[in-house]
Ligand binder design. Sequence first.
Ligand SMILES: Nc1ncnc2c1ncn2[C@@H]1O[C@H](COP(=O)(O)OP(=O)(O)OP(=O)(O)O)[C@@H](O)[C@H]1O
Ligand SMILES: [Mg+2]
Length: 301
Amino acid sequence: MNESARIDDANATDESVVIDVTGLTKEFGRTVALQGASLTVSRGEIVVLLGLSGSGKSTLLRHLDGLETPTSGSVRVLGQEVPRLTGRRLRALRSRMGFVFQQFDLVPSLTVLENVLTGALAELRGPRIGLWSYPRRLKLTALGHLDRVGLLDRAYQRADTLSGGQQQRVAIARALMQNPEILLADEPVASLDPESSEQVMALIREIAMDEGLTVVCSLHQVDLALSWGDRIVGLRHGEVALDTPVEGLSKAAVMEIYGRVATSTTELSAIEVELADAAAAADLDSADLDSATLVDGSLRS
Ligand SMILES: Nc1ncnc2c1ncn2[C@@H]1O[C@H](COP(=O)(O)OP(=O)(O)OP(=O)(O)O)[C@@H](O)[C@H]1O
Ligand SMILES: [Mg+2]
């Protein structure tokens, strides 16, 4: 089945909805991090959360994993209301989700293989110290995942001797140890150079397609969102300001939406940087550009 058929299929029944967030509001004291945000994700979809710093991306992802409790609204993941879960039931739901972070969070002094194996700790009893303490079956699985991310030859090397891009690939292999149904990734390439960023995003997409994984990944780079997502959900001040399939969407169109919703000078300067990049990109279709929006790479109202 091709990708679009798979997604159409997935939309056909409610059982295919794996994430259903409705009217989610989260306040931290006086800060409103999320304001009535709603989002529905179907099985197998690759959704990019796009937004400027402080727009609520991490907060939304953390609600999906039960790391935050909503001020109001509903967060359903894999058919369960996340905020109602505690203890064993919350752990059981979390074990069905892999989480990849910006800072990889590997144990630097352990080997690559041991780091990957820690992804299986949820299914083992008690702490594990050293490779010998893991069952052979899991070691073989871990080696398989390392092969999948192209790092089999690094299995016995200390994690802190790898490059950033390689460490993030190890973190992806670690997430795969859970055999997750959903992969949540919070700015997985924010610490990487452009080439490694492309490689890591390509890998996430490839694995998601092969395994039928649902992915929700936050990014702040419009280019990456357009290349690697099926759908873009744009957050602005905790509200969903954009929710659209990537197909047929141009960078200029996304930037225009950002331009329209910008309200602070910080946001405007961030957008100006993005627009300057957009103007420099050779592949930008000038016909798509709204001349009122982009003049000499800077924003005009
Ligand atoms: N634990 C917290 N306590 C207080 N305020 C918080 C907390 N977590 C997030 N916030 C605030 O909520 C808002 C949204 O933050 P969040 O981290 O979700 O944004 P983000 O889109 O992930 O930003 P970035 O791109 O910088 O990672 C920000 O104003 C932030 O300061
Ligand atoms: Mg964040």
